[in-house]
Design a protein around this ligand. Structure first.
Ligand code: AMP
Length: 287
């Protein structure tokens, strides 16, 4: 496995793979890798002979009040995990390699990036889009892999790739969960034991809401109320940031639940802000 710390090194490695006729897959991450990240590497390995994992904690997607300095960093374990999952190369640049000068050009998705998580994290998705666009230009993959856990991020990047004609395919892979339903996240490490006991209520509330929708397509407001009431009872230590039911592509709120929708939520537990979502497609549910 190649460990590239510079743009030049990863470009040389990718160019060699491409000239050998190998398709290149890219798995962008911020490190502190867990089974969710490894599932993306596994999915990439099935489709692409040359898999690049990028590990970079991107400062421009963190607000000054957020956890950039404290974000978990486990580079040795990450490299061992990437090796074990058969990655061909890890691109692990330092901040100055990616941003040698202050970034004066950003890629932004003004409509999709200001709702849901974007409402409470202004500038976050511009930071994400900008670094992902840079990674696409640096690595030039044929396919890039993202997790469904970060549903809004995946929708925005898919749209960015389409709008800006990046010559690659985007694959979105299912969320990997703990046995009790909690979505794996690097930020779960921040949870206290009490918070960890309450956190599975997020997924449970989404599952119950999806069952309600499939059974009788209630108005979106009624579904949101049911989720809030479940969270109030089973996750009293959590502070709800948002619960919304939206169109999966435009991310606009929907009132009716008899179509193709995503229920997305974010809940803060102390230092940890957890997100989760469920996709419910009722176009064929009957009425
Ligand atoms: P991060 O390191 O948090 O930026 O995540 C890197 C990639 O891993 C993103 O595409 C995430 O959506 C994906 N990811 C994170 N957690 C999970 C999970 N539990 N299941 C599947 N993919 C995940």
């Amino acid at each position: 496995m190649i460990v590239a710390r510079t743009i030049q090194e990863i470009r040389v490695a990718v160019a060699a793979a491409k000239s050998a006729g190998q398709a290149v897959g890219l798995v962008p991450t911020m490190g502190a890798l867990h089974a969710g990240h490894y599932s993306l590497i596994d999915a990439a390995s099935l489709q692409c002979p040359f898999v690049v994992v990028s590990i970079f904690v991107n400062p421009i997607q963190f607000a000054p009040s957020e956890d950039l300095a404290k974000y978990p960093r486990t580079p040795d374990a990450d490299l061992a995990g990437c090796r074990a999952h058969g990655a061909s190369a890890v691109f692990m640049p330092d901040v100055h390699e990616v941003y040698p000068r202050p970034c004066r050009t950003v890629v932004e998705s003004p409509n999709l990036g200001r709702t849901l998580c974007g409402a409470s994290r202004p500038g976050h998705f511009a930071g994400v889009c900008t670094v992902v666009a840079k990674l696409f230009n640096i690595v030039q993959p044929d396919v890039a892999y993202f997790g469904a856990k970060d549903f809004q991020q995946a929708a925005i990047i898919r749209r960015m790739a389409e709008d800006l004609n990046f010559p690659l395919a985007i694959e979105v892979c299912p969320t990997v969960r703990e046995a009790d339903g909690l979505a794996l996240s690097s930020r779960n490490a921040y949870l206290t034991p009490d918070e960890r006991r309450e956190a599975p209520a997020l997924w449970k509330s989404l599952r119950l809401a999806a069952e309600m929708i499939v059974a009788r397509h209630p108005a979106a407001g009624e579904v949101v109320e049911a989720i809030l009431s479940h969270l109030g009872e089973h996750a009293p230590g959590g502070v709800v940031d948002y619960v919304e039911i939206v169109d999966p592509v435009e991310l606009s709120p929907v009132e009716k639940t008899d179509g193709n929708v995503v229920i997305a939520l974010a809940v803060r537990f102390g230092r940890a802000r957890l997100i989760d979502n469920i996709h419910v497609d009722c176009r064929d549910c009957g009425s």
